[in-house]
Design a binder for this molecule. Structure first.
Ligand code: PBG
Length: 337
């Protein structure tokens, strides 16, 4: 073997050396393409009407169901961390076939919205519009003869939206995956003068196994069957574009892809195609996996969380809904000190 084959000749000149820009941390920061910021984040909060003291959700370490009086402290924490927005989920006192506490004017979410708007008027308050936490069968709509009735459900979703807008919600977020839900809600809101209440639609919401911990948290597991007749089939991307286009046409102000990590291609394509702000939901199962691996010492939780959230932003999300929001905001604050 001739050894000179392996030597770099003297006249050898590399045209491009990308490593030049990776030499120093300051240089890397200078040319960084995507910067995660606390202002990208929306923090989900669970409020439970039945409890008086916060309860940790076993599969979501660090996330609690709060009683209404405890909400104030939580809000103060969120605003101190400069997180611009929260997303409220409620657990009612009682469930019934039509999920009536979801649209009661003194429902837990409606009370929570009022509390937040009193304590922190500048904090963006979004509220989830769905029935599954409120129905005794655990489905996201009205059930008749074993199926979830689309058009019947639209009436209830509209009622929820109006009750949340009345309470002062800045954004309402339909997540039931009923056809026409955005149009129905926009019409109901406008009809009552709520022209300025925004709609963030869970447009491309997949029937995902990553919602497991959330269902435990919100006690929203369907009693029978699953959600595959209304949530999207995970292998489909073109269908997601159709859902998003329809929602924009129906009046959605912000559209969403959910979950985030297994659907980065969907986020990327949606960002390229549509002009409205795009949200991505880093869901409960995505959070639980990182927490579990971190607790076992198998992964560096902080670095992994920052990496995946940055990836969601790099894929094209403008709003990132994540249970990591408080921790990330804290880490980013420390990094800037
Ligand atoms: C309600 C709803 C769900 C989630 C948000 N809103 C659960 C579901 O559709 O089954 C999941 C959020 C998460 O997993 O973090 N329909």
């Amino acid at each position: 073997m001739k050894s000179e084959l392996y030597e770099v000749p003297e006249e050898f000149q590399l045209a491009e050396r990308p490593r030049r820009l990776r030499r120093l941390q300051s240089l890397r920061l200078l040319v960084r393409e995507t910067r995660l910021s606390s202002s990208d984040l929306m923090y989900p909060i669970f409020v439970d009407r039945r409890i008086t003291k916060r309860e940790e959700i076993p599969s979501m370490p660090g996330i609690h169901r709060l009683s209404l009086p405890e909400l104030e402290d939580e809000i103060n924490e969120v605003t101190a961390l400069k997180i611009p927005a929260i997303l409220i989920f409620g657990l009612p006192r009682q469930k019934d076939p039509l999920g009536s506490e979801a649209y009661a004017s003194d429902g837990i979410v409606q009370q929570a919205i009022r509390t937040v708007k009193r304590v922190a008027p500048q904090l963006v308050v979004a509220a989830d519009i769905c029935l599954c936490q409120y129905t005794d069968h655990g489905h996201c709509g009205v059930v008749r003869g074993g199926t979830v009735e689309n058009d019947e459900t639209l009436k209830l979703l509209s009622r929820i939206a109006v009750s949340q807008a009345e309470a002062g919600a800045d954004i309402v977020g339909p997540s039931a995956m009923m056809d026409g839900q955005v149009r129905a809600i926009r019409t109901a809101l406008d009809g009552r003068g709520f022209h300025d209440t925004s709609i963030m639609s869970y447009s491309a919401k997949y029937a995902s196994a990553f919602y497991g911990p959330f269902r435990e948290a919100a006690e929203a597991t369907p009693l029978w069957g699953d959600r595959r007749s209304y949530q999207m089939d995970p292998p489909n991307r073109r269908e997601a574009m159709r859902e998003i286009a329809m929602d924009i046409d129906e009046g959605a102000d912000i559209v969403m892809v959910k979950p985030a990590l297994s659907y980065l291609d969907v986020i990327r394509e949606a960002r390229a195609r549509f002009q409205v702000p795009l949200a991505a939901y880093n869901v409960s199962g995505e959070y639980a996996m990182i927490k579990a691996a971190g607790q076992n010492g198998w992964l560096n939780e902080k670095l992994v969380a920052l990496e995946v959230l940055t990836a969601i932003k790099r894929a094209g999300a403008n709003v990132i809904i994540t249970y990591f929001a408080k921790e990330v905001a804290q880490w980013l604050q420390e990094a800037n000190q």
